[in-house]
Design a protein around this ligand. Structure first.
Ligand SMILES: O=C(O)c1ccc[n+]([C@@H]2O[C@H](COP(=O)([O-])O)[C@@H](O)[C@H]2O)c1
Ligand SMILES: Cc1cc2nc[nH]c2cc1C
Length: 382
């Protein structure tokens, strides 16, 4: 649905409204869900037809063709607009489950890496510069003070819902209300970026211990055993991974999350960045802007978004396949095929950024290639 003046998701006023606590919890989420519609069947058919008339054997550009058709369906036009300018939003948060020894890294690395992002020293900054994308960093739930200068640096959105989650092996990670607020942070960031002119959104994340929450979400939504979706994260050894599987299993046993209640699932065993990333996906889909997913954290969050609104998946492109085993399970459940498979396991948005030029290349080919008719090239026999 194109943005109109009467659309509650459009216009700069919308973001200011989201920040105002006077608004009843749930309103932005309800508005996003109401705005999400399936991919446009006419635009999908027109893009498929055009791909088959371009000067190449039909299908020979592989996944690039499929992505271009998908983006036509998202935009509701053939050809779709070029997915540029692009922005990666890095949602940062901490995790109470860190106390269970699920990561080799101390919790304060989350806040320190936020400062590194803002100083342009991280991998996400280098890859964003390479791809020509803007970086915004969103503190949706970091547990410690951010070691950043005053005033708040450009590129940092202070949207902290709470200072890290609680330990999911003892209590729910957050309340349902906090989960909704974090989802609405993500929706608001997506809408602000679109209002600023962005036509392609990319997910990023930073949160020590967040691969544990990702594994719990993936197990809860797919029903796959924790042992098959729990990986080595940012570098634990085999023995620590076995203990991490036990931690995920204990949290699922305690909360018995019901995948028909996605907000309940993310509140019980998710993270604040997962909830915000789910909202970011919903916000992009509501504005008919494509969103390139990064790794296992993004895809586990996309499971939350898909459970809230299955049509939101139409706006999602899987940027890459992470080494984390749960990522493959989540992508399969979402029906998404990753564009890049380079053995990455960093997060931050790096895999999504590597995929951005491929997504842009697919759309450019659909927009700019000649047809057999226009170029005078003889087509194959029917
Ligand atoms: O994106 C991925 O698939 C991915 C895989 C492994 C690790 N990470 C990153 O590493 C951090 C979490 O690792 P861990 O072991 O502390 O759970 C967090 O900041 C993630 O962005 C990210
Ligand atoms: C240094 C470091 C950088 C990261 N970026 C994303 N996750 C990370 C985890 C660590 C530990």
């Amino acid at each position: 649905m194109p943005s109109t003046g009467s659309d509650p998701s459009s216009g700069p006023a919308a973001f200011a409204f989201a920040s105002a606590s006077a608004l009843a919890v749930g309103s932005w989420l309800e508005r996003a869900l109401a705005a999400i519609t399936p991919a446009d069947p006419g635009a999908l058919a027109a893009a498929r037809d055009r791909q088959n008339r371009l000067t190449k054997p039909p299908g020979s550009l592989g996944l690039l063709e499929e992505v271009s058709v998908q983006l036509a369906g998202v935009a509701g036009s053939c050809p779709p607009p070029m997915p540029t300018p692009a922005a990666v939003a890095v949602f940062a948060a901490d995790h109470g489950v860190h106390a269970q020894g699920v990561s080799v890294w101390p919790q304060e690395v989350t806040a320190q890496m936020v400062a590194n992002f803002l100083a342009s020293g991280a991998a996400v900054n280098a890859l964003a510069a390479q791809a020509g994308a803007r970086v915004v960093v969103v503190d949706v739930g970091v547990a410690t003070d951010l070691p950043v200068p005053d005033p708040t640096p450009d590129g940092l959105l202070r949207r902290r819902v709470r200072a890290g989650t609680a330990d999911m092996t003892r209590v729910p990670a957050m309340t349902r209300e906090e989960a909704v607020r974090a989802v609405e942070v993500g929706i608001g960031v997506a809408w602000e970026l679109v209002d600023d002119g962005c036509r392609c959104l990319l997910t990023g994340d930073m949160g020590i211990a967040n691969t544990t929450a990702s594994a719990a979400l993936i197990a809860a939504f797919t029903g796959v055993d924790p042992d098959e979706v729990t990986g080595h994260g940012a570098g634990i050894d085999a023995a620590a991974r076995r203990r991490k599987v036990g931690v995920v299993r204990a949290a699922l046993d305690l909360h018995q999350p019901d995948p028909r209640d996605p907000l309940g699932v993310v509140a019980a065993v998710g993270g604040l960045e997962h909830a915000a990333l789910a909202g970011f996906v919903l916000g992009a889909a509501a504005r008919r802007v494509p969103v390139i997913l990064d790794g296992v954290i993004a895809s586990s969050a996309a499971l939350v978004a898909a459970a809230l609104s299955p049509d939101a998946v139409a706006a999602c492109v899987a940027g890459h396949r992470s080494v984390e085993p749960g990522h493959t399970v989540a992508l399969h459940h979402l029906g998404l095929r990753p564009l890049v498979d380079l053995g990455l396991r960093l997060g931050e948005g790096t895999g999504a950024l590597l995929a951005l030029p491929l997504v842009q290349a697919g759309v450019r080919a659909l927009r700019e290639m000649a047809t057999f008719d226009s170029a005078g090239v003889t087509n194959k026999h029917a």
